[in-house]
Design a protein around this ligand. Structure first.
Ligand code: PNW
Length: 533
């Protein structure tokens, strides 16, 4: 996580920045919230390792996360692991029932690479893994839930990591073979695919700063190599779909990118440039090669890394360039953007940044620091504060900079501790969904929204200490019982009415009846009991 600094050093500004970072003629309208269009999609999201459990069942092979939690348990809060998690491998019918209860039409889940290919590569296919997802997809369809599948959500086969993982360019072939197998087996029924979840987060934390599995530390070289291989792997999978499956299956293939939104901390040129650089290093690195007209990395990313590399005595840039063929091969390789968004930052660059970061590293290449506005509501997750307008600005930035691509917000949400009363999550979802309504009013091509997450799950290094679920999961209970939180009732009502009712206050302890109704009920019982006493 980047360090945050004292907000009081800087004048805080919120509004005019979107005009700076977006095309100059953009006008952000702030309209009163109104209805979501009838074809707007509401969904909920999860990922295989975080919910499935059954880590070694039915021929599944070990992934880098199994390896990490089993060989280095102290690395995870409370030594938690995903061996059982929410046990969704067995509880999937209850999961689908929950989707029905919420009234969502789409479910975003991920396929576990090592259930399908226990040895990573395509020379051995585990039929029991295929059978499992067949059963699961059929059950979704029988319940009118549209599957929205992520092919890769960070659970790389451990054996491929032993051959370098995302740092070995051969992974483009390994991933392509795996993608072909899932298209072949499930593409008759899955019409929405996302190739890779959050290249930036995965490359930054897993291959840059040794935070997530496989804990490789190479922030100045590995981080960029990982991203480059992911861009090539996504492109290869996309072309395979085009060449071999699109005409018969007729689905869509997108990629899932995370992005914060950023405001410059002041009006200074330095801070405005720093904010643009920050976004180019995080979002632009993957967005520009795929979604821009020219293709390739953003020029400011190319120039900054090249300049830093030269100054450090490298013969060539640590960000390896793409040749013309590769630029064209990658350009346009997504039918839509899956966007994961959680928070907004202020970004600055001044002399205090000197000496702040490792050399070489992507943080040093970016050469900017960030912090959050302490007036934005804090949450259980220290890295998330509620600031819905950031999502509005980000969507306008995407519209203006990348020719208004089709966007699905594939993740958005916040963590709490245990308990069914989750006012911070209710407030967070309302704030960000209002931002989506405003972005729609500004003409942003947003087609859907997936809440992260359907249920509590294994939150990577934080184990079960951070709960992201609309449904609480009891991890002490062998059945892993799921119970809807207040936010689940609120989300259900937003989906049903297609509008945000700020007054609605359901009581999760009374099956979601409004707090007013349940208080009246309690009062009536007390009165009646009093009469008979
Ligand atoms: C995403 N950050 O991860 C993942 O896609 C999910 O698997 C995860 O559970 C969810 O967000 C909640 O954390 C992120 O530090 C991890 O910027 C870290 C960051 C962003 C997203």
């Amino acid at each position: 996580m980047r360090s945050s600094s004292n907000t009081s050093r800087y004048g805080l500004r919120t509004d005019c920045w979107a005009l700076t970072i977006s095309a100059a003629n953009t006008i952000i309208k702030t309209l009163p919230s109104k209805q979501f269009p009838p074809d707007f999609i509401f969904g909920a999201a999860t990922a295989a390792y975080q919910i499935e459990g059954a880590w070694d069942a039915d021929g599944r092979g070990p992934s880098i996360w199994d390896h990490l939690v089993h060989t280095d348990p102290e690395h995870i809060t409370n030594k938690d692991n995903g061996d059982v998690a929410a046990n969704s491998y067995y509880n999937y019918k209850r999961d689908i029932e929950m989707l029905k209860e919420l009234g969502v039409s789409h479910y975003r889940f991920s396929i576990s690479w090592t259930r399908i290919l226990p040895f990573g590569r395509a020379h051995y296919i585990n039929q029991r893994g295929i059978d499992h997802y067949n059963k699961f997809i059929d059950e979704l369809l029988a319940n009118d839930i549209v599957p929205f599948a992520t092919i890769y959500h960070w659970d790389l086969p451990q054996i491929l990591q032993e051959h370098g993982g995302w740092l070995n360019e051969e992974i483009v072939d390994w991933f392509a073979d795996y993608a072909r197998i899932v298209f072949e087996n499930f593409g008759d029924r899955i019409k929405f695919w996302m190739t890779i979840n959050e290249p930036w987060v995965h490359c930054y934390f897993s291959y840059g700063y040794a935070v997530y599995a496989p804990k490789i530390r190479s922030p100045g070289v590995g981080f960029y190599e990982c991203g480059r291989n992911m861009l090539l792997a996504n492109a290869r999978a996309y072309h395979i779909y085009n060449d071999e499956f699109r005409s018969t299956q007729g689905g869509k293939v997108g990629i899932d990118l995370n992005s914060e939104y950023v405001y410059p901390a002041s009006d200074s040129i330095e801070d405005i440039e720093a904010a643009k650089d920050y976004l180019a290093f995080q979002f632009g690195q993957y967005m520009h090669p795929i979604f821009s007209k020219s293709g390739n990395y953003p020029q400011r990313l190319i120039h900054r890394v090249a300049a830093a590399s030269t100054a450090q005595g490298y013969n060539s840039s640590r960000l390896r360039s793409f040749d013309e063929d590769q630029i064209n091969y990658i350009k346009g390789t997504a039918d839509f953007l899956g966007l994961n968004h959680y928070f907004t930052k202020y970004v600055y660059r001044n002399s205090s940044v000197i000496g702040m970061f490792d050399v070489p590293s992507t943080d040093d290449d970016t050469f900017a620091d960030s912090y959050m506005d302490e007036s934005w509501p804090s949450t259980h997750a220290p890295w998330i504060r509620e600031h819905g307008p950031g999502l509005h600005h980000l969507l306008v930035h995407i519209k203006d900079s990348y020719d208004n691509p089709e966007v699905y917000i594939a993740e958005n949400g916040v963590s709490t501790t245990t308990g069914l009363n989750d006012p911070t999550r209710v407030s967070y979802y309302r704030s960000y969904l209002r931002a989506v309504l405003e972005a729609l009013a500004d003409g942003c091509n947003v087609h859907g929204y997936f809440a992260w997450s359907l249920m509590d799950n294994f939150e990577w290094n934080f184990g079960y200490s951070h709960r992201f679920g609309l449904y609480e999961v009891d991890f002490q209970d062998p059945n892993r019982t799921r119970t809807p939180r207040k936010s689940a009732f609120v989300y259900r009502e937003i989906i049903r009415s297609r509008t945000i009712d700020y007054e609605y206050d359901p009581d999760p302890y009374a099956g979601g009846s409004s707090v007013l109704t349940s208080s009246l009920l309690v009062l009536a019982i007390v009165v009646v009991a009093g009469l008979f006493s």
